[in-house]
Design a protein around this ligand. Structure first.
Ligand code: SF4
Ligand code: SF4
Length: 175
C-alpha cells in the first residue's frame, strides 16, 4: 500500500529542492569525471579484456593458422566456420591452411575459448571493442578481415606468446 506523504511547508515552495539538485550538479562538475570524449578518447582496458578477434601472422607474414579446427570445436557459441585446404607446396611446415575462416561476431560471446584451444597461437582476442556495422552480414568477419585486424593491432598488442616471453624474462631476468 502506498501512503501519500503530505507536502511540508518547504516542499510547497520547491526552491529548496531545486537548490539541492543544483548543488549536486555543481558538485559533480568539479569532481572526478567518469565519462570520456569518445571516440577521441578511449577506455583503457584491463590486461585480460576480450574484444574482437584477429588471426596472427608468422615472421614470414604468412597466416599462422593450420586449419586444425580446434577453435571451432571448442567454441560454445558455434560461431567459427573453417574450410581447410591443402597448404602451398613450398610451405613445408604444415599440411593445411584455411581456405575459409569466418567468425560470426554477433553470435560470439567473447569467452576466449578459441584462443585457449589454439595450438598455434594463431587466433587471439584483441582490445578492440567498437564493433559496428549497418548490416548483419558485415558482422561475419572473414579471413582477410581477421588478418587485417592483426596488421592493425600488431604494434600496440604484440602476440600473446611474445608478451608471455617478455613477462617470463622480467620475472627470471634475461638469460
Ligand atoms: S570467443 Fe568464444 S564464442 Fe567467440 S569465437 Fe571464440 S570460442 Fe567462440
Ligand atoms: S586458429 Fe588455431 S585452433 Fe583454429 S584452426 Fe587455426 S590453428 Fe587451429
Amino acid at each position: 500500500m502506498i501512503v501519500q506523504r503530505p507536502n511540508s511547508f518547504w516542499d510547497k515552495f520547491y526552491i529548496p529542492a531545486i537548490l539541492g539538485g543544483l548543488a549536486i550538479t555543481f558538485k559533480h562538475l568539479i569532481g572526478k569525471k567518469f565519462t570520456i570524449q569518445y571516440p577521441e578518447e578511449r577506455v583503457k582496458h584491463h590486461p585480460g579484456y576480450r574484444g574482437a578477434h584477429r588471426l596472427n601472422k608468422d615472421n614470414q607474414g604468412r597466416i599462422k593458422c593450420v586449419a586444425c579446427e580446434m577453435c571451432s570445436t571448442a567454441c560454445p557459441a558455434n560461431c567459427i566456420t573453417i574450410l581447410p585446404s591443402a597448404s602451398p607446396i613450398d610451405w613445408k611446415d604444415r599440411e593445411r591452411v584455411p581456405q575459409i575462416f569466418e567468425i560470426n561476431m554477433l553470435r560470439c560471446i567473447y569467452c576466449g575459448m578459441c584462443e585457449e584451444a589454439c595450438p598455434e597461437d594463431a587466433i587471439e582476442l584483441t582490445y578492440i571493442d567498437d564493433l559496428v556495422s549497418y548490416t548483419r552480414s558485415e558482422m561475419i568477419w572473414d579471413k582477410e578481415r581477421l588478418l587485417a585486424q592483426f596488421d592493425l593491432t600488431e604494434k600496440t598488442q604484440p602476440m600473446k606468446t611474445a608478451r608471455r616471453g617478455a613477462s617470463m624474462k622480467a620475472l627470471h631476468g634475461a638469460a
